[in-house]
Design a protein around this ligand. Structure first.
Ligand code: IPE
Ligand code: IPE
Ligand code: MG
Length: 259
């Protein structure tokens, strides 16, 4: 469906105009997004929350396109948290069905566009049919290199760190690792996606300004960008504006600016 204001000619022209102002040498390599506000988007329109999630899928399509257009290498999307199981069963089941549907419908398009699908989270604890759909699309797109789409699913930052601690403890108990060897690098290597660099930019839509247990370790030095735009309304213009704001920031990493 391409009926929202975000897909109109005028809006896309404005998006292109903002994109043209971006510095191609300072595009964030890894952008992470907390896609929030689907439910409220639907509620104010008298629609079901599920309709909000459905429209959220269109926002993912627009965001992927925008990310590819400006040269972002990795896009991590928070799609389902370890806490989201607390929602009514009906909503959880609808989200899982939507995910399977989207994976099946988008697989070929993702592959054609050179997108590689990855997942971060407790995937083994997801329903079998979701796992199957994920594994099929990951296998299909494994060799692609234009953009990595990392879906955070059944993801929780505390759970990720707990699992990492357990893995390190097991290695020590088995005599494969000495406690002295546990440093930041060893811990980072034990996380869900050890090969991906930390996000440079975190975007949260929907108006809340919190992390909700997202990438607690990896966001240590990310730039944060919060917008009131609800996820189903998020478009290319919003994405490029976030990149523009990022490029105006001064990342010091604890040091001082000498220039
Ligand atoms: C984000 O939108 C999608 C998921 C968490 C799966 P919400 O469903 O949290 O929408 P709000 O925050 O209730 O508006
Ligand atoms: C964070 O949104 C999780 C996802 C976007 C998947 P929530 O809507 O679950 O976060 P809270 O409950 O407002 O903190
Ligand atoms: Mg929410």
């Amino acid at each position: 469906m391409r009926t929202t204001k975000r897909d109109t000619h005028d809006e896309l022209e404005r998006a292109d105009a903002v994109r043209a102002t971006l510095d191609p040498t300072r595009v964030p390599r890894h952008v992470a997004i907390i896609m929030d506000g689907n439910g409220r988007w639907a509620e104010v329109r008298g629609l079901t929350r599920l309709e909000g999630h459905r429209q959220g899928r269109e926002a993912i399509r627009r965001t992927l396109e925008a990310a590819r257009e400006c040269g972002v290498e990795i896009l991590t999307l928070y799609a389902f948290s370890t806490e989201n199981w607390r929602r009514p069963l009906e909503e959880v089941e609808a989200l899982m069905a939507l995910l399977i549907d989207a994976l099946e419908a988008e697989a070929d398009g993702l592959h054609r566009n050179g997108v590689r699908l990855r997942v971060s989270g407790m995937i083994d604890e997801m329903p079998d049919d979701v796992q199957g759909a994920l594994r099929r699309v990951m296998a299909l797109t494994e060799g692609n290199a234009s953009l990595t789409l990392n879906l955070a699913l059944n993801y929780g930052g505390r759970r990720e760190l707990t699992e990492a601690a357990r893995r390190l403890a097991e290695a020590v108990a088995a005599g494969r690792l000495s406690p002295d060897d546990i440093d930041e690098e060893a811990l980072a290597r034990s996380l869900f996606a050890p090969d991906l660099p930390d996000p440079d930019l975190l975007i949260r839509t929907g108006g809340e300004q919190r992390l909700s247990n997202f990438l607690l370790w990896q966001l240590a030095y990310a730039e944060m960008y919060f917008t009131n735009v609800r996820w189903p309304d998020f478009g290319k213009l919003d994405f490029f504006e976030a990149i523009q704001a990022y490029q105006a920031r001064d990342r010091r990493f604890g040091g001082v600016d000498l220039g």
